[in-house]
Ligand binder design. Structure first.
Ligand SMILES: NC(=O)c1ccc[n+]([C@@H]2O[C@H](COP(=O)([O-])OP(=O)(O)OC[C@H]3O[C@@H](n4cnc5c(N)ncnc54)[C@H](OP(=O)(O)O)[C@@H]3O)[C@@H](O)[C@H]2O)c1
Length: 247
């Protein structure tokens, strides 16, 4: 796919799905900004990608003041954005009886509030005809044990994305959702123990975890002109995870 000269922002672009997507956009010719909280993760990502077309912004998406740091970087470039990939997210799994207020707030502040206000602040910087993609999850549809708060964040952001698709349509801005199933990333390693990863692979029709590069390819498709009549849609990239559970 060709994104030569296109300007792309990826929140949560320093590891996992975001990093794989940043690499894919850079390889397709785009100029890419990535964000994340940790300067160390960011430095590692920059070293790995090693491209003059990559810019890094250390910014915690759960804090409005730090979203402004990203907005200022985009403003300073003088460029309009062609693609906004709202991907930053965290997962903390626990049964309802054990979930803490701190974990509840961290997940909603990152996965919902952060994405919402990043979109709000960057709308004026989007080119007409731009593409916005939200990273949701199969959990927005499934009802997996121990995922109540995380699943609720993804359900909420699906609704925000669908309404954004309607509100931004007059500028020909398409807004879509990518919903990965279980994907091997540092985030998954952090969220679940190794035996749970084995279970998740076995619960997927393709009998394996996804690779972050496979999600990146789906994101580039949604961002491309090949998806020009796809708007307000949720694309499952889950190896058949949801349907396999229902078989
Ligand atoms: N892996 C899966 O199985 C899976 C499945 C479905 C959906 N997802 C979703 O996919 C997205 C990416 O997850 P991943 O698996 O690739 O996890 P990951 O490897 O942990 O990547 C998460 C990225 O987001 C950044 N991040 C986290 N909190 C942030 C914050 N408050 N502000 C800015 N950046 C932040 C992280 O960098 P720092 O830590 O340095 O901030 C990192 O760059 C998430 O939205 C997740 O919910 C993942």
């Amino acid at each position: 796919m060709n994104f030569k000269g296109k300007n792309v922002v990826i929140t949560g672009g320093s590891t996992g799905i975001g990093l794989a997507t940043a690499k894919a956009f850079i390889n397709a010719g785009a100029n890419v900004w990535i964000t994340g909280r940790s300067a160390g993760n960011m430095q590692k990502a920059a070293t790995e990608i090693d491209s003059p077309n990559l810019q890094t912004v250390v910014s915690d998406t759960s804090k409005l003041a730090e979203i402004s740091i990203l907005e200022k970087a985009v403003t300073a470039s003088g460029n309009k954005l062609d693609v906004l990939f709202l991907n930053a997210g965290i997962a903390v799994f626990a049964p309802i009886e054990q979930a803490t207020e701190a974990d509840f707030d961290a997940q909603f502040n990152t996965n919902v509030k952060g994405l919402f206000f990043t979109l709000q602040k960057l709308i004026p910087h989007l080119a007409n005809g731009a593409s916005v993609i939200f990273t949701s999850s199969t959990v927005a549809t499934a009802s997996n044990l121990g995922t109540s708060v995380y699943s609720a964040t993804k359900g909420a952001l699906n609704k925000i994305a669908q309404i954004a698709a309607n509100e931004l349509a007059d500028r020909k801005i398409r807004v879509n959702i990518i919903s990965p199933g279980p994907v091997q990333t540092p985030g998954l390693d952090y969220a679940v123990p190794p035996e749970a990863k084995t279970y998740l692979a076995a619960a997927t029709a393709l009998q394996r975890l996804g690779d972050a590069d496979e999600i990146a390819k789906a994101v580039l498709f949604l961002a491309s002109d090949d998806a020009s009549f796809i708007n307000g849609a949720e694309l499952l990239a889950d190896g058949g995870f949801i349907n396999y559970a229902l078989k």
